[in-house]
Design a protein around this ligand. Structure first.
Ligand SMILES: [Zn+2]
Length: 233
């Protein structure tokens, strides 16, 4: 469904589905928190649209916000249709032949089971993936910055992405597996920089900025989509 990726001024990618119609105006519709369909007149090519989207970024953002603000379907027993995984929105599908959750990069296959059980299995699979990827990512940054925490572990916290304590080390929220890698990188660097600066002083932010060029884009991404990473609870 995606015809091209449009990059917003803060670096966030938006999937664009292009449709030509007999109408003379341009119509935007949200398809997901990071995707929109755009109806354009027949003579309006992709290049024209790319320029138009850059000039009308506010309109595109408002369109995407309409998706985020739509009344959400009840998730009490069911599952969402798609979830964030490493910065992409992956559709969920039930596969009768699967005996475990399969994260194949373009979609997520779930074994046949009641929705509540599928949700439990999916959450466990994402947590395992987080355990395999987030602490190694943190240790790689620790080596690069030469700032070594006492330990690295995951947390199930509902209110923060990471926490750093001198004695117990750093804990990262496992739900960061949903975020793009540059966001996970930012959280790792943020927590590591708390080792020399256990505060949010100007010196702390100066150090963070020096070690990750994507600070603002990552903060924006979390502000925009962070809540959606809690869709499974
Ligand atoms: Zn902090």
């Amino acid at each position: 469904m995606t015809d091209f990726i449009h990059t917003l001024s803060d670096g966030c990618p938006v999937r664009i589905a292009l449709k030509h119609s007999a109408k003379k105006n341009i119509i935007l519709r949200p398809l997901a928190a990071d995707a929109a369909s755009v109806n354009v007149p027949k003579w309006f090519g992709r290049r024209n649209l790319q320029i138009w989207l850059a000039e009308h970024e506010n309109l595109l953002r408002q369109t995407l916000d309409r998706w985020t603000q739509r009344p959400s379907e009840s998730l009490s027993d069911g599952l969402p249709q798609e979830i964030w995984f490493r910065g992409g929105r992956l559709p969920l599908a039930t596969d009768g032949s699967a005996d475990a959750v399969v994260l194949d990069g373009s979609r997520i296959l779930l074994p046949e089971a009641a929705p509540a059980e599928q949700k439990r299995l999916l959450k466990a699979a994402l947590r395992r993936h987080a355990a395999q990827t987030l602490p190694p990512r943190l240790w790689a940054h620790a080596g690069r910055l030469n700032l070594r925490p006492a330990a690295a572990a995951l947390t199930d916290a509902k209110t923060f992405w990471g926490v750093c304590r001198a004695r117990t080390g750093i804990r990262l929220n496992w739900r960061l597996v949903g975020a793009p890698d540059f966001v996970a990188d930012y959280v790792c660097v943020h927590e590591l920089c708390h080792l020399p600066h256990p505060n949010h002083s100007a010196a702390f932010w100066e150090l963070v900025g020096r070690h990750t060029p994507h600070t603002q884009a990552a903060k924006d991404w979390l502000k925009r989509h962070g809540r959606e990473l809690f869709v499974l609870g």
